[in-house]
Design a protein around this ligand. Structure first.
Ligand code: TUI
Length: 316
């Protein structure tokens, strides 16, 4: 049996990626009810909000779900305690090293799965004793690393002995199949769940994802050392202009702060930050979480069933 399904007691090895301000109990429970792993994004929210979402999620599903802790959050310590108090069973972490919390979480029976953008960090996490890693390529949305999923996944798979879940650029069942071929045991998908019917992000955000083409998800902020991928708009153009003219970090941060909330909650997709992965160009319609998961699974089986023909060529 698939190692991550067994470890987490989930039906399909499909994680719904954490999206700050967006991935709440409604989306997470819908994904978990469809057989994937729904994940509540703590983002920059205080402990009380996270507690409320965990309780709501438990009411809406009897299936396993997770919480993602964004380690740069000023509330990270608080949220780290809340997930223990509320008996969450699965945690993912992003944007930092979860080392200082790991022992306590695991003593409380929590499976801990950090997001990593490099082989070195994956190895460090394995040494610390984490249960699995999500390897995120630069195709992903939000705060990103440098390496692509295609090159990062096989290198991490070779470097560690814990399950590897692939993230970044996995837009449909073809990407799912590719991730498994690279040695991952599962996938994490975020951008495609933005257009889930159960996703409470502002409708303007969903519409912008659906309209996006292949070249619309751009990375800004490489000069600051903290690149972010979002859909092209007035904000990204102004940011790029400032960056080109050598703006200071402080000047660049003024544009960035609060911008995701403005887009996701207020629907300001012109001046806000419409964080998105490169797969936005592959997304054509709103669907339920269940339909999205079923699409990935159906396309994956078709590929696996036809693969004999693909490799039916002469070898010696
Ligand atoms: O976390 C992400 N992507 C994100 S988080 C986010 S919300 C946010 N809001 C305000 C400020 C900052 C973020 C939007 N997008 N992806 C997972 C991820 N984690 N990718 C890379 C990493 C990562 C980076 C460095 C993981 C560990 C790490 O460790 C450095 C160290 O301390 O060794």
């Amino acid at each position: 049996m698939n190692s991550i399904c067994k470890m987490l007691n989930i039906k399909y090895p499909i994680f719904q990626g954490a999206m700050a301000w967006i991935a709440d109990a409604d989306l997470a429970s819908a994904v978990s009810n469809a057989g994937g792993l729904g994940i509540i994004a703590a983002g920059n929210a205080p402990g009380d909000w996270v507690r409320e979402q965990i309780r709501k999620c438990k009411k809406q599903t009897d299936k396993p779900f997770g919480v993602n802790i964004m380690l740069l959050s000023p509330f990270a310590d608080e949220v780290a305690r809340v997930v223990i108090e509320e008996k969450v069973s699965i945690l993912t972490t992003g944007a930092g090293n979860p080392g200082k919390y790991l022992k306590e979480w695991q003593e409380n029976g929590i499976k801990v799965i950090p997001l990593v953008p490099s082989v070195a960090l994956a190895k460090r996490m394995e040494k610390l004793g984490v249960d699995a890693v999500v390897v995120e390529g630069t195709e992903a949305g939000g705060h990103i690393g440098e390496l692509t999923t295609m090159v990062l996944v096989p290198q991490v798979v070779d470097a560690v002995n814990i399950p590897v879940i692939a993230a970044g650029g996995i837009g449909d069942g073809r990407g799912f199949a590719a991730a498994l071929m690279l040695g991952a045991v599962g996938i994490q998908v975020a951008t495609r769940f933005l257009v889930a019917k159960e996703c409470n992000v502002h409708q303007n955000y969903k519409d912008k994802i659906i309209k996006a083409t292949d070249t619309d998800a751009v990375a800004t902020g490489r000069s600051t050392g903290h690149p972010v991928r979002s859909l092209k708009n007035k904000m990204t153009r102004e940011f790029q202009k400032l960056e080109k003219n050598g703006a200071t970090l402080e000047e660049l941060e003024i544009i960035g702060s609060g911008a995701l909330r403005n887009a996701a909650v207020e629907g300001d997709v012109t001046s806000g930050s419409v964080m998105s992965g490169q797969i936005a160009g592959m997304i054509t319609k709103e669907q339920s979480a269940k339909e999205i998961i079923n699409d990935y699974l159906t396309e994956l089986s078709t590929i696996i069933n036809n693969s004999k023909e693909l490799v039916d060529f002469e070898t010696n």
